[in-house]
Structure formats: C-alpha cells, structure tokens
Design a protein around this ligand. Sequence first.
Ligand code: DC
Length: 226
Amino acid sequence: MNGIKVAIDGPAGAGKSTAARMLAQRVGYMYIDTGAMYRALTLLALREKIDWNNEKALAQLIRKHNISQNGTATYIDNENVSSEIRSDEVNRAVSVVCNHNKVRVELVKLQRKLASDGAVVMEGRDIGTVVLPDAELKFFLVASQIERSHRRMKDIEELGGDSAFESVIKNIRIRDYLDSSRDLAPLKQAKDAIYIDNTYMSIDFELYILEQLVRCREKQHEGKTT
Ligand code: DC
C-alpha cells in the first residue's frame, strides 16, 4: 500500500499543525508543515538582510540554500531552526515574504517534491487548491475567531507569556484578513475539501473522524491501483 496524499488547509490557530502531526503519526505517514518553510525563508532573509520586497533576491535565496521540513523540525542547510522561525521578527515579516509569486513558485516546487511519494499529510493555506490539487483527501479545518484566540492565549500562558485577549483576537483577525485577501494563493476551501469546524470538538474526536476518512480513502485508492 503506497498511501495517499492528505491536504489540510485552514486559518491560523485552527489546530491544523496538531491535527496534521497526530494524524500522520496514527496512519504512519510523513507530516509536512509548509508554513514552516515560508518561515525558514523569512529567517534567511532577515539574517542576510534581504529586503522583504525584493522578490528576485528572495527566490534566489531558496535556490542557494537547502530548506527542508519533516513536520517536527525545520532545517536550513542542516541547521535546526525550528525555534528561531517562531520569533516575533519572523512573525512580522512572513506574511510579506510569502506574498511573492517567485517565492511561491520555488517553495511549491519543493513541497510537491516532498509529497511525490504519497503517504503524506501536508498542511498550509493552499495545499488543496494549489500545491496538491490532486490530493486524494482534502480537509479545510476551521474554528471560530473567539475559540482560536482562547487557544492562542493558552499557548502563550503555557510558554510563560502574558497577553491581553483583545490584542490576541485582533492579531487573529489581521492574519485571517491577510491570508484570505492576498492576491496569490489566498486561503480558500478547495471545492472537493471536507469542511470541519472544530470549535466544539475535542482533539480525540476530530482525529477519529480524520483517521476514519483516511482509512476509507486508502481503500478506494488501493482498489484503483491494484
Ligand atoms: O501556518 P503558519 O502561521 O506557520 O504560516 C506562516 C505564514 O506562511 C503565514 O503568513 C501564512 C503563510 N503560508 C502560506 O502562505 N502558504 C502556506 N502553504 C503555508 C503558510
């Protein structure tokens, strides 16, 4: 059994990373976090003092370095940058860096290569629409802005930080707006994606649904390929 390609898209804070990572573990697939790849490029641009608006130079950076992702860790030329790509500086710059056509063309190429053998759960904003339009199974995960803000507050508190609810929800609203209104590969549900609102769902229940659907689609896929 080769395994299928599973695409997971949705807004920031909808629990995509957790769901994708745990689903991949359960079904024995590789997990790829594409947001981390945009973050790694942003970190490189900050380190090399490349203007965030210099599309050509940013695309060249991707060709010059080796950005890789295996779900749990992100590397630039074999250096593990998993923590550094979550810094405030990267958070601020990444939505500009990811909004360049040449950048997306290069990173999408890498992402398709990573998924080419199947048995993969790939998570992002444009996986079902642009990166893997032929994925056998697509999910669009959402939760209300209030719920996503509560989850974000919990994450911040667990890391020992402190933040006002108003500023967290404002941030979520800004990110939703930037993700869905940009010209290139905006956040959008693919026509054939399954819409899952997990606002009132436990992670266990959500994973149960996702896993059952993967198992079902694997069987259909097996039937087609044997
Ligand atoms: O999921 P995240 O917050 O780590 O994503 C970081 C940024 O990258 C965010 O601005 C959305 C963008 N992104 C994208 O444009 N396309 C993807 N496939 C994944 C993330």
